[in-house]
Design a protein around this ligand. Sequence first.
Ligand code: ADP
Ligand code: ZN
Length: 614
Amino acid sequence: MPASRLDEAREILRRTFGHAEFRGRQAEVIAEILGGRSAMAVLPTGGGKSVCYQIPAMMRPGLGLVVSPLIALMADQVAGLQQSGVSAARLDSTGEAWERADTWEKIEAGTLDLLYISPEGLMQPSMLERLSRTPLALIAIDEAHCVSQWGHDFRPEYRMLGRLADIFPKVPRLAVTATADARTRDDIRAELKLEESAEFVASFARPELALSAERKRGNAHKRVAELVAARPDRSGVIYAGSRDGTEKLAELLRSEGVPAHAYHAGLEKGLRAQRLETFLEADAAVMVATIAFGMGVDKPDVRYVIHADPPASIEAYWQEIGRAGRDGDPAEGITLYGASDMAWAYRRIDGREVDDGVKQVQSRKVRQLYTMLDGTTCRAAGVRRYFGEEGVDACGVCDLCLGTVETIDATEAAQKALSAAHRMGGRFGRGRLVEHLLGKTKEPSSFEAGLTTFGIGKEFSPTGWRDLIDQLLFDGLLREDPNDGRPLVGLGDIEGVKAVYRGERRVALRQGLEEHDPTTRSGKPRKKTRASSAATAIGPHDQPLFEALRAWRRDEAHRQHLPPYVIFHDRTLAEIAVKKPGGLATLAAINGVGEGKLERYGEAVLAVLRGMDA
Ligand code: ADP
Ligand code: ZN
């Protein structure tokens, strides 16, 4: 491809989107599509996947089709494009008939560059028939991991997209996703018939994200409230495992004065939309949600994601945590997890009606997740290696990089605990096992009192034993049967247990990481926290101007019924506040200010700047 085509692409990036240079692997992906070839691109969240198809769609003759799983995602993207002066639309079931007619008119006149559509919408015979008479620039398949059973968000309707290769053999197709391990990537390529196409996998590094995780102790909701209280005036997302959990947690937070709302699929549609809008438009708000909330929520200034209950896999973890810090400013991902969460995860997989191969893969994903969460080495590095990255360095900002996990040898105590679980026949829960080891069972039966393990564990406190039992559960040496909410503890991996009995396998008990918690248990943020909003990064001097710009943006967004970040990101406003451009030409040089936005908002922004001078 002649270099001039890529120069042209760079020019569009600069003029339309306001970015000075391509990032990561964007240029390579764009060059491939401009050359008329299909490709697959795996770029991390916030890595700039969309311009990879938007720019070629604008340059190549014909309509660019973007297949996307969620209406919210499409709506945001289309609004953003229109703000930048790009001709874009979406076709979905929520639209009015006249809107659809209007869109088709533009398609047939050849004036539309990008059309967003759902997979089931696209694959309708009448739609395919109509599109077969339309010149197509490309077909982009967003969130392509949805096509794979090995991924974490399989959607059967994505399977149909494989047929696109035969229906539109001459149209380059681009599959993009943020999270896919090697196996999922292979599967995506096979399903979408991209075996022969180039694959571009960017680094999964998210250096702005400080990760941490802690075992649940006591009341997990109280702990979450503590973490939130230590992060005032910032936007955050909290994931909880159940609808009920989101409601209760949101209520607790509201009672403490936090502007929090629950969000889950059980809410009435209008209420859900309203809460989403409130969250997106707020400068600081907290959403307590099930995983129904997520894909397509592109709020760039989310400063933390807290998992009140752990995610389902490392892919899900990376994607959910990845919603923090999309603007590139420091953000945090904090996960609370427990041995019983792990037991439930296994249990759910067991109960699924899928074949054993799939169950095995899913169980392995659970194991890998907890190995990372309860591990002792850099979390970010672990995740990146999981995604197949090589030569990965420690991140330097996660709890495990900042602190060291102290371990003590607890092999002998482990032998006692395993032996007790064995003798008690797996018929009792963790609390009872602890009492047994300490000899504190109230009114023990003569059977229990007669066991050699009764009262042999004086070396640990009750908390110490609970920690050790958790550790043995995470290690797979013990196994928990959820037993409908009253979990029972029994022996796990028998070979492993035997090795511990024989002293061949040592058990290292993890000591607390408390000093290095993102928030100490007193609720104070740790001193070294890097997480600060763009607002605090710009220095007190420019703060009033930044706030004035945000206020202007809030009004403007309100007037147009748009989320504020569709107009300008915080980042862009911060840069404006610091550089204080004196005219349109200098304003145009700010990252995120393209020609369309310059024309729309340039004068208004300059007026805000002048207003602060006066
Ligand atoms: P994702 O990969 O998560 O879909 P987006 O395409 O939404 O990411 O892009 C994330 C952010 O990065 C957007 O704000 C976008 O404007 C910005 N961006 C994309 N490409 C560049 C670039 N080359 N330089 C600077 N910012 C960019
Ligand atoms: Zn690290």
